[in-house]
Design a protein around this ligand. Structure first.
Ligand SMILES: Nc1nc2c(ncn2[C@@H]2O[C@H](COP(=O)(O)OP(=O)(O)OP(=O)(O)O)[C@@H](O)[C@H]2O)c(=O)[nH]1
Ligand SMILES: [Mg+2]
Length: 485
């Protein structure tokens, strides 16, 4: 276990409080100026977080040899048509790196002293062999382990977002920094339309009705949907009727409204961060139309589960496409997660799920991830099949905690959402995963999901890599959407 993404220590969807770190944390470099302005303070905070992560990474580098994740699929050699649980090949388990959290048994001061010593040692070493600074681009985007890039804008922004959520400088993890950077880069296209449009119109003057009209257009263009757009604008208008709203306050208020919208279904669900429940079987079903990213999401979730210390199992219940089982097997292999499949053609998906539940029970798995088909001969068949899968789960594993996650391709915007809602009845949807936020200007669809489908967004994907999917956090999402404002 490296970092428990399923139980992150941030407030999640609750209101974050801006917190300049009041803790007098030991400065690893010992070179910081006393901070004076909030900007200086934020920079000093980020620098210190960076120095800590750097020291941790260097400490971690020394003992553990790198292990390559298995990359090629191993076709199941079994000729029998019987369902088989194929344990992933004996790839070495993910390297147990020292957690970014403080080392148990050592006080903070001792750790800081050790880190300082290590940094000194590293500096001495570097004096002999000059190493090039690793840049984010030199990191393979698809390795399971994040590595520290440069102290660049991405890092500074990510650190600021964590600090604003009340994170202490010694609690910042490389995993989160890595993800926030990916999210921010991934949201580039949506942000470009949104923020530059907003910037052009806002200027330094108080909000005007014209600015609100433009905001309306921008929200609609980002596919936020009429309902969410109306709600946000009504709130802003009301505020403007009461008082003069300066641009900074306008943006703050806008962010608050947008976050509030996203949080409604999350709060209503009573679960701010979806995690597999301990000591019981959790079954997560991926559903959605074809090509939206169900299998990829399942593969990333399997990895997230393993990295977060849960045991997982995959059910290859998309039996419609022959290649689907192979695709899911590759993802299973990458995270050492076994895949239950039925190699015979036209296998019954419900039978695969039946076998997988049995296997999950006998292995004591925490999480069973079920891949489903996105396309059958007809839409009617697809819905029938989903209903059948759902029924078998409810009948066979009444004790299990079942999540039915609608996977939605952000680039399809609201059209995709409307189409996808057909699944609501058949699959008993409980949440949404938004994929492909990278490369689209329609990231605003998240707001339509919350306000129109009234479903909590649970995970978001912003890239094809294994680390490109993480639990949804409304604060981080809105900050990424409006980064720079
Ligand atoms: N850029 C980007 N591509 C993604 C993301 N998620 C998935 N994809 C890509 O989308 C394509 C389709 O993904 P799949 O996971 O096969 O989709 P699916 O829903 O399982 O498709 P069917 O099984 O055919 O219904 C693949 O090329 C993925 O790499 C994402 O977050 N960003
Ligand atoms: Mg698939």
């Amino acid at each position: 276990m490296v970092y428990d993404w399923f139980n992150r220590g941030v407030q999640g969807s609750s209101e974050p409080e801006p917190t300049p770190s009041p803790e007098p944390t030991p400065s690893p470099g010992g070179t910081q100026e006393p901070a004076s302005t909030p900007e200086d303070e934020a920079l000093a905070w980020a620098r210190e977080a960076y120095a800590r992560l750097k020291a941790q990474q260097e400490l971690a580098k020394a003992p553990a040899p790198e292990s390559e994740p298995a990359s090629s699929p191993e076709p199941t050699p079994e000729p029998a048509p019987a369902p088989t649980a194929t344990p992933a090949q004996q790839a070495p388990a993910p390297t147990p790196e020292p957690a970014p959290a403080p080392v148990a048994g050592k006080s903070l001061l001792e750790q800081a002293a050790a880190q300082r010593q290590q940094r000194q040692q590293d500096q001495d070493d570097r004096a002999i062999t000059v190493e090039p600074e690793p840049t984010p681009t030199s990191v393979s985007s698809d390795s399971t382990e994040p590595s520290l890039g440069a102290l660049d804008e991405d890092f500074l922004w990510s650190a600021e977002v964590l600090a604003a959520q009340g994170r202490r400088v010694d609690e910042v993890s490389l995993e989160e920094i890595d993800w926030l950077g990916r999210l921010r880069r991934g949201m580039e296209k949506t942000r470009q339309g949104f923020v530059s449009g907003l910037l052009d119109n806002l200027g330094d003057d108080p909000l005007t009705p014209e600015v609100l009209d433009d905001l309306e257009t921008l929200l609609l263009r980002a596919d936020a949907g009429v309902q969410a757009t109306d709600q946000v604008l009504d709130a802003l208008r009301q505020r403007m009727n009461e008082e003069v709203v300066e641009p900074t306050e306008g943006i703050r208020f806008l962010k608050e409204q947008l976050r509030g919208l996203l949080d409604v279904p999350i709060k209503a669900s009573g679960v701010s961060l979806l995690a597999p429940e301990r000591d019981r079987l959790n079954i997560w079903l991926m559903v959605g139309v074809n090509g939206v990213g169900k299998t990829t999401t399942l593969g990333k979730l399997a990895n997230l589960a393993v990295r977060s210390g849960y045991s997982a199992l995959i059910a290859a219940a998309d039996t419609f496409r022959a290649a689907a089982v192979q695709q899911v097997q590759v993802w299973g292999d990458r995270s050492d997660v076994p895949v239950v499949s039925n190699p015979s053609s036209n296998a019954d998906p419900a039978a695969v799920v039946f076998d997988a539940i049995g296997a999950a029970r006998s292995r004591g798995s925490d999480l069973l991830l079920v891949d489903t088909a996105g396309r059958l001969q007809t839409k009617h068949n697809l819905m029938e099949e989903l209903e059948k899968v759902r029924k078998i789960i409810d009948r066979l594993a009444p004790e299990a905690k079942v999540e039915s996650l609608l996977v939605l391709d952000a680039s399809q915007g609201q059209n995709g959402l409307r189409q996808a809602m057909a699944f609501a009845k058949a699959a008993g949807l409980t949440g949404v995963v938004i994929t492909k936020l990278d490369g689209t200007a329609r990231g605003g669809v998240a707001l339509a999901v919350a306000s129109e489908a009234e479903l909590p967004i649970r995970f978001i994907g912003a890239g094809e890599g294994i680390r490109d999917l993480r639990p949804f956090n409304s604060y981080e999402f809105i900050e990424a959407l409006l980064a720079g404002r």
